[in-house]
Design a protein around this ligand. Structure first.
Ligand SMILES: Nc1ncnc2c1ncn2[C@@H]1O[C@H](COP(=O)(O)OP(=O)(O)OP(=O)(O)O)[C@@H](O)[C@H]1O
Ligand SMILES: [Mg+2]
Length: 187
């Protein structure tokens, strides 16, 4: 169809422009570097559109651009027209949400977002309380096949998170181990 024949074309492009702007406003300045997206992460992002993307687990040492890859792939998806709700929870944020006391409204948002990012899982020891609350979120998301993205420095998910969380996070997941130097050390 010729764009001039589509009366909604302008409205659509305005809506896209606003979505990109909102996303860009949420993306932290220190994670806005230009860089090369990991191929497997990019491939996972392309599967958001036909809803075949399952969980994405990115591991690696500090500063190898795990969190950057997550922001980058999601921004590319938004620019390409992805309209799902994306909830990005830094480690401070998800810890605040799980409590105690738990923030029930935000826990519900975490269960229901089309894409949930749990950044830096296992950056500090996860206690029983946190594990149980996270399990509630991850289990419901797993039941509905809503993709959850995790970044972590951990080698041993089982030991840190327990078998029930690890099993649900790992089921059908794209796992990516990033290697290389600490980008922060090079500047
Ligand atoms: N290709 C790149 N070139 C230069 N800097 C980059 C590149 N990719 C990422 N960075 C920057 O490197 C810094 C570290 O990246 P990031 O925070 O994603 O690391 P991380 O693996 O999540 O580390 P941590 O485990 O400590 O959370 C960020 O400021 C990021 O913007
Ligand atoms: Mg990080």
């Amino acid at each position: 169809m010729n764009p001039e024949d589509d009366p909604l074309a302008e409205w659509r492009s305005e809506r896209l422009r606003r979505r990109i702007e909102n996303f860009r406003a949420r993306r932290p300045p220190m994670l806005q570097h230009k860089g090369v997206l990991n191929d497997d992460v990019a491939e996972w992002g392309s599967r958001l559109f036909d809803e075949t993307a399952r969980n994405l687990v990115i591991t690696g040492d500090p500063g190898v651009a795990k969190t950057w890859n997550v922001w980058e792939v999601l921004e590319r998806a938004v620019r390409a027209g992805y309209v799902g709700t994306i909830l990005f929870a830094t480690s401070a944020e998800w810890q605040e949400v799980v409590g105690p006391p738990p923030d029930f409204d935000r826990l519900r948002l975490m269960r229901n977002a089309d894409v949930l990012v749990l950044d830096d899982l296992g950056s500090s020891r996860i206690n029983e309380w946190q594990r149980e609350k996270l399990l509630g979120v991850v289990d419901e998301r797993w039941q509905h096949a809503r993709p959850t993205v995790v970044t972590s420095n951990m080698d041993d998910f089982d030991a840190a998170l327990g078998a029930r969380l690890t099993s649900r996070l790992g089921d059908g997941a794209t796992t990516v181990e990033l290697e290389g130097n600490d980008w922060r050390a090079g500047r």
